[in-house]
Design a protein around this ligand. Structure first.
Ligand SMILES: C[S@@+](CC[C@H](N)C(=O)[O-])C[C@H]1O[C@@H](n2cnc3c(N)ncnc32)[C@H](O)[C@@H]1O
Length: 447
């Protein structure tokens, strides 16, 4: 095998890889080239080589794709937040449709027509959640995003995926840290207190969390927030773990300031530890579609497995006689319990626990009834034992699978052998990135 590192090559990019990099072939192996788009011919230099693949950087674009656009953000592609900002939006939607289709085929051996990707109304500033590492840099505090596949912070003053509030919040935190001499975390020495800055906006209220290794005096920061924002809750989350998990379960409320109680016409508050879809517009579109599908069937019982904070479960409770939500995260489960109580939803039953331990009992309790099951698992997909129970149970007439990972979706669909797929629709929950949310509607196969 010739030594390929530093070799200059001329290749044409065939497609996009899972991190948004261009993929071409050279010497029979895949070459991953950052910032190169399908159809582009480039002169590139190999910077890393392995027997089956290599990485290269572009030296010159010999031809450029007509789908290339100027990225709106000056930090692209240095920062690891976005990976396809250089691709025009229609091509992004098409890419995600193709990605779902080809993953179903290659991973799941499922050849099924995939609908067009449902577009987001906003392609920038669409996220309701930001999570930024805070580090002690050479020149003081650094707040930003990690560069791709690293723990190097790329400082950021305005992330274009976040609403305008991110600018002010980052600036305020910097002033607070500087004026109050708050020591920020250093990953090498493991010293420092302030580690992460996590903010989520729900119905105009900012849920602001300072992730710290020990509690700090944060009243001054609460006052700064009150001078600038109408509605917020400030938390400290004490996290002493030395790993990639951002939040621990040690929460302290510093201040609540005009917190709303209504989220999408439901009386509730959403705890920042509970999962909440990051793009409000796409979340609503997807929830409406799921509710529409289930409403049109004579469903006696709905099981919302992996239910998060219970918002979707509560929609089901408005039309189905009995509804269960199964969720493993304690705070998310508490939010769901609060929704049921505050809205008088006596037919909504949030259950705390692992789906694999809880679903069997619920199914057994409702033998002979029409059950609709909604699966919305984390990226790792469903446990094999969950799939087996679903296959074996006769009464699940309608099945909905919501997934943020096409590969585990394809694997699980291929295992759900007693169901047939009716539709597969990608939703663009995450514009400017290669990530995609997919909604699959299935029904029990007739014998
Ligand atoms: C993708 S989120 C879906 C949340 C919800 N359906 C929504 O739309 O907001 C997945 C949820 O599953 C929960 N979860 C992860 N593993 C679980 C398990 N084994 N059993 C129950 N819930 C689990 C996570 O805490 C998270 O809230």
């Amino acid at each position: 095998m010739p030594k390929e590192k530093n070799t200059e090559i001329e290749v044409t990019v065939d497609n996009l890889g899972i991190n948004g990099e261009g993929v071409a072939r050279y010497n029979g192996k895949a070459v991953f080239i950052k910032n190169a788009l399908p159809g582009e011919k480039v002169r590139a230099k190999i910077i890393f080589s392995k027997p089956s693949f290599c990485h290269a950087i572009v030296l010159e674009y010999l031809t450029k794709s007509e789908n290339r656009v100027n990225p709106a953000c000056p930090l692209f592609p240095k920062c690891g937040g976005c990976n396809i900002q250089h691709l025009n939006y229609d091509a992004q939607l098409l890419y995600k449709q193709d990605l779902v289709k080809s993953t179903l085929l290659h991973v799941g051996k499922i050849d099924f027509p995939v609908s067009k990707t449902v577009a987001s109304d906003k392609v920038l500033r669409y996220r309701n959640k930001m999570s930024l590492p805070v580090r002690e840099g050479k020149n003081g505090v650094e707040i930003g995003l990690f560069a791709t596949a690293s723990h190097r912070v790329v400082p950021c003053e305005d992330c274009l995926l976040q609403p305008e509030w991110n600018k002010k919040l980052i600036a305020l935190l910097k002033v607070f840290v500087r004026d109050n001499k708050i020591p920020c975390y250093n990953e090498e020495t493991k010293k420092g207190v302030l580690k992460h800055f996590v903010v989520r906006e729900v119905e105009g209220c900012l849920y602001v969390t300072l992730v710290v290794t020990k509690q700090i005096k944060a009243d001054v920061f609460a006052d700064m927030l009150a001078d600038n924002f109408n509605s917020f809750v400030l938390y400290q989350n004490v996290n002493t773990m030395d790993n990639n998990v951002i939040l621990s379960d040690r929460w302290h409320v510093v201040k609540k300031h005009n917190e709303p109680k209504l989220v999408e016409n439901i009386f509730t508050t959403i705890h920042p530890a509970g999962f909440f879809q990051v793009n409000d517009y796409i979340r609503r579109k997807m929830y409406e579609k799921v509710a529409y599908v289930l409403k049109n069937h004579d469903t006696n019982v709905v099981i919302d497995a992996y239910s998060g904070a219970g918002l979707l479960t509560s929609f089901f409770a408005s039309f189905a006689p009995v509804v269960y939500g199964i969720e493993i995260n304690k705070q998310a489960h508490e939010s769901a319990t609060e929704i049921a109580k505050n809205n008088g939803l006596d037919n909504m039953h949030p259950i705390l626990g692992d789906v694999k331990d809880k679903i069997g009992d619920i199914l057994d309790e409702h033998i002979g009834r029409n059950i609709a099951l909604v699966l919305d698992p984390p990226r790792s997909g469903c446990d094999r034992s969950v799939i087996e129970k679903i296959n074996a149970y006769e009464g699940i007439t309608n099945l909905v699978y919501i997934s943020c990972n096409p590969a585990t979706l394809a694997r699980d669909l291929s295992l759900l052998t007693s169901y047939e797929i009716l539709s597969v629709t990608p939703y663009d929950m995450f514009p400017q990135t290669v990530n995609v949310e997919t909604l699959v509607i299935l029904r029990k196969k007739t014998k």
